[in-house]
Design a protein around this ligand. Structure first.
Ligand code: ADP
Ligand code: MG
Length: 364
């Protein structure tokens, strides 16, 4: 188990107008799994390549166990990297593919065999050791690629979207296996993904990158419940957080046709009049039948909103509703007996709100 420390890591590619990575600060403690998440082009792979030693930073430092590795060749860093669509040697048997990194290090055959058997067992590949890649399914091939990384017990694992080439069912299955594997190995890992579900389920902490900078670092729960910006808020959650432009008049907060009066003990965090009001679809209550009177104080917004569309997924239904110039999305369990054009009574409690500065997008 080792720690990784990125200090002001900066990389500008020749001819680029802006830095691909701009002063990234990140500390991964020993045994920790940190996901790097963000849209395509935000610098995730660049970060991994700098840690692996496949590229050099223009400024800043990469430390493994407290020692700078900038200038240390990749094979001496004791780092294993797993890519998406990792190419396996077609003429080799699984046994030899798994043992290859150990052969390169001149590990004696009996010890090598034991390490291969152990890795194969962890990954459910024991019965496949004598097959060649062409005789394996996509999921099995990806497991072999992972086995090749874990067999020599490196100090640090780097994963670059290792599951993104697989179909949805297989991805879900391998996600669970990978979570178990990483915990069993007590691995220190940087895990790059653009899949929020992988980030939420696999990692201890999530680093959200935006245009080469760290936007937020926190536990999956912190990232989900207390997003630092509208960027993070809209990246996590399916459907993502509702973000409505709102106005505070000193007494009431209005957004679309919803309005709230802060509870007497509640405080309005901003002097600004223009705020972005955020709330998650699962916090929108759809009220049917006799509508109870809203509680005194008015800290619950309620309004009758027309349904614009529905997505029926079986276990849950996503409802889009018109709210002034905005669309509000709600998430309800099971099936709903409603159709586009129906009007639903909607309630959004004050406590569910996250407020952001309208200009910067930063949480208030
Ligand atoms: N070898 C390279 N040469 C020039 N530009 C590159 C190179 N690698 C990456 N980039 C650019 O750097 C930015 C970050 O890329 P990357 O780290 O691969 O993003 P991500 O993995 O988050 O999708 C992108 O704008 C990309 O086009
Ligand atoms: Mg990438």
């Amino acid at each position: 188990m080792s720690s990784i420390h990125l200090r002001g890591l900066t990389r500008t590619f020749p001819g680029a107008s802006r830095a691909a990575l701009d002063g990234l600060e990140l500390e991964v403690t020993a045994g920790e799994i940190v996901s790097l998440v963000g849209p395509s082009g935000c610098g995730k792979s660049t970060t991994l390549r700098l840690v692996a030693g496949l590229d050099r930073p223009d400024a800043g430092d990469v430390l493994i166990d407290g020692r700078s590795v900038v200038g240390v060749p990749p094979q001496e860093r004791d780092v294993a990297m797993v890519f998406q669509g990792f190419a396996l040697y077609p003429h080799m048997r699984v046994r030899d593919i798994l043992g290859f990194p150990l052969r390169m290090r001149r590990v004696p055959a009996p010890e090598r065999e034991r390490a291969v058997e152990r890795a194969a067992k962890l990954l459910g590949l024991t019965g496949l050791l004598d097959r060649r890649p062409a005789q394996l399914s996509g999921g099995e091939q990806q497991r072999v690629a992972m086995g090749r990384a874990i067999v020599r017990r490196p100090r640090v694992f780097l994963f670059d979207e290792p599951l993104s080439n697989l179909d949805a069912a297989l991805r879900a299955e391998l996600r669970v296996e990978l979570a178990r594997l990483l915990r069993e190995l007590d691995a220190t890992a940087l895990y790059v993904t653009h899949d929020q579900v992988e980030a939420m389920t696999l990692s201890h902490r999530i680093a959200v990158l935006r245009a080469g900078r760290l936007e937020q670092l926190g536990s999956p729960r912190e990232i989900y419940e207390r997003p630092a910006s509208t960027f993070v808020a809209s990246f996590f959650g399916a459907p993502p957080m509702n973000l409505l432009s709102g106005r505070w008049d000193g007494e009431r907060l209005r957004a679309g046709t919803l309005q709230w009066t802060p509870p007497s003990d509640g405080r309005f965090p901003a002097a600004e009049a223009a705020v972005t009001v955020g709330f998650r679809p699962e916090h929108v209550r759809l009220v049917s039948g006799a509508v109870p009177a809203p509680p005194p104080g008015g800290s619950l917004a309620s309004a009758d909103l027309p349904v614009t569309s529905l997505e029926t997924l079986g276990a849950e239904t996503h409802v889009s509703l018109a709210c002034g110039d905005h669309v509000v999305r709600a998430r309800a369990g099971g099936f709903l007996n409603v159709a586009p054009g129906d009007v639903l009574r909607v309630e959004v409690p004050w406590d569910a709100l996250r407020l952001f500065a309208e200009d910067s997008g930063h949480a208030l």
